[in-house]
Design a protein around this ligand. Structure first.
Ligand SMILES: *[C@@H]1O[C@H](CO)[C@@H](O)[C@H](O)[C@H]1NC(C)=O
Length: 140
């Protein structure tokens, strides 16, 4: 009997170690670098299959962020719907556990920094990135 308990304990302990080891915390930022004039708010709504992160709005220069643990099979996907100045765009802000989005070619990151400009959406792997670290992926 004791042996069975020990075995079960070791099994659960190992399972816990393996799953927590493979869990990484990711931060996704949405930052507005939209022009001050016209001072129209950026409205957006982000969600995954399991989480609805609600409606948010940003003035030029403001930012918002969320964090999450990647699930065990690494299939987490968050998408956002953006609206600004009569324009609308929806795309995945996170669908890849290495480079934030599948079409990006980056090294392992845990920071996805999306900068919204009047000509489109730029991704960087650190907060407040220099302009050379930004890559544009979507137009409005
Ligand atoms: C977000 O905004 C705050 C307040 O303006 C600023 O201090 C911070 O550096 C910004 N962070 C990012 C990641 O842009």
């Amino acid at each position: 009997m004791k042996k069975i308990f020990l075995f079960v304990f070791l099994f659960l302990f190992t399972l816990h170690k393996v799953t927590s080891f493979s869990q990484r915390t990711y931060h996704v930022y949405i930052a507005s670098a939209l022009p001050e004039n016209p001072s129209v708010k950026l409205n957006f709504h982000c969600q995954s299959k399991d989480d609805d992160l609600g409606n948010h709005e940003l003035l030029p220069g403001q930012n918002w962020s969320f964090k999450f643990h990647e699930n065990f099979i690494r299939s987490t996907l968050f998408y956002c719907d953006f609206e600004w100045d009569g324009k609308q765009k929806t795309f995945n802000v996170f669908d890849d556990s290495i480079a934030c989005i599948k079409q990006a070619k980056g090294d392992q990151t845990d920071t996805c920094y999306w900068l919204v400009k009047s000509d489109g959406f730029y991704l960087a792997y650190k907060v407040n990135p220099p302009s050379w670290a930004l890559t544009k992926y979507y137009d409005w």
